[in-house]
Write a protein that binds this ligand. Structure first.
Ligand code: ATP
Length: 361
């Protein structure tokens, strides 16, 4: 990858996806002017509910082929509540991408930017900085389109945990804790499950315990998901890396986003062994699309995650520098309470937040 610009597929998607993607690409352009070595070969393509309406496919073959040949994907958000498949299910190609490309590690950093709004009053919230790893290819989503309904009486879905994916997931989480430990974090992995009730979850915990042995310098903790929900609000600063099943991770990452100011503040990366997709944790937010109220911070920070990831893939140190530059600009933009996005009750929208970030680059 080192001798040519990494090829990145750009999928803005639907609703506010396109709006926040515009902001991220503007920031990228400004950074490239400062760090020419951080050049990306952007391949702009369409997928999502709008593409389904136009072409009959939400995730066209050319998009899948382009991703196969790419070094990563930058994605806005996809799906619209009113656009559905004939059977009534929602169009969610971002979840299909996780399945097709085996993107098992859903990385959701929960970091409160100094000065950004938070519902937490405790002073320790200022140190809030942990990462949720949501398993993203199996669990309760493994057979998401195959649930059954018997008459109008019984509905059933299946939850699947496999040893192969769990081992990769836990190894990923322990390695992340090792890396974070080097930069001053505690070096702790908390498993969130429901091992006291479900066979699948007891199996998940057994594999966690087995893999933990290989990382003796990392502290481990195990919490049931109901207790974890309480702890996320009561003492979230005690977490470092949290690893959990797909559905639990889906729910807890929105709770985490709430702690750091809202969905518009929460970036994410879906990482597999051969490719990775970077997108904000939020959806297409049709309620605020075209109003100028969308917060682009999560999208811009997802770009930061992409650039950091490229640096770890030996694309070149310039990508790490570009990531650090954008990250610092976002932090400075919020410092001292200078920005209060609409979603946190303020009056700063897409343009105001983008402008402030650009001023601080
Ligand atoms: P999905 O199921 O696709 O994740 P969702 O139903 O959880 O989507 P979101 O689109 O994430 O819904 O939006 C949830 C709420 O958060 C909405 O009220 C929306 O307006 C708000 N929201 C989401 N993203 C942003 C953003 N970037 N800026 C401001 N508000 C946002």
């Amino acid at each position: 990858m080192a001798d040519k610009a990494p090829r990145i597929v750009v999928l803005p998607g639907d609703g506010i996806g396109a709006e926040v993607m515009d902001s991220a690409l503007t920031v990228l352009g400004a950074v490239r002017a400062q760090i020419p070595g951080a050049a990306l070969n952007l391949v702009h393509l369409d997928a999502g509910a709008g593409t389904y309406l136009k072409t009959g496919s939400a995730l066209p073959d050319d998009v899948i082929e382009a991703i196969k040949g790419a070094d990563g994907v930058l994605l806005g958000a996809m799906g619209l509540p009113d656009v559905r498949y004939p059977d009534g299910t929602e169009i969610i190609p971002q979840i299909e991408l996780r399945m097709i490309f085996g993107l098992y590690a859903g990385v959701r950093p929960i970091r409160l930017l100094p000065g950004a709004p938070t519902p937490l009053g405790d002073a320790r919230a200022k140190q809030l900085d942990f990462v949720i790893i949501r398993e993203s290819t199996e669990g309760l989503f493994a057979h998401m389109n195959e649930g059954t309904l018997e008459g109008d009486a019984v509905a059933e879905d299946r939850l699947v945990i496999t040893r192969a994916t769990s081992e990769r997931l836990f190894d990923f989480s322990f390695r992340l804790a090792q890396q974070r430990r080097v930069s001053g974090h505690p070096g702790k992995v908390t498993l969130v499950d429901k091992a006291n009730v479900f066979k699948s979850m007891a199996f998940f915990r057994k594999i966690f315990d087995e893999r933990a042995v290989a990382y003796p310098e990392i502290t481990t903790d195990r919490q049931y998901v109901d207790a974890a929900a309480l702890n996320f609000v009561r003492n979230p600063w005690d977490y470092d890396v949290v690893v959990t099943e797909n559905m639990f991770g889906d729910i807890l990452s929105d709770l985490g986003a709430g702690l750091i100011g809202g969905m518009g503040m929460a970036p994410s990366a879906d990482i597999g062994d051969t490719t990775a997709v970077f997108q904000p944790s939020h959806g297409t937010a049709p309620d605020i699309a075209c109003t100028g109220k969308a917060n682009p911070t999560a999208m811009i920070l997802s770009l930061v995650l992409l650039l950091e990831w490229l640096a770890t893939q030996e694309a070149g140190a310039a990508f790490g520098e570009a990531a650090a530059l954008i990250d610092a600009a976002v932090a400075t933009a919020y410092a001292g309470g200078a920005l209060v996005p609409y979603e946190a009750g303020g009056s700063d929208g897409t343009e105001a937040i983008l402008t402030r970030v650009l001023e601080n680059l």
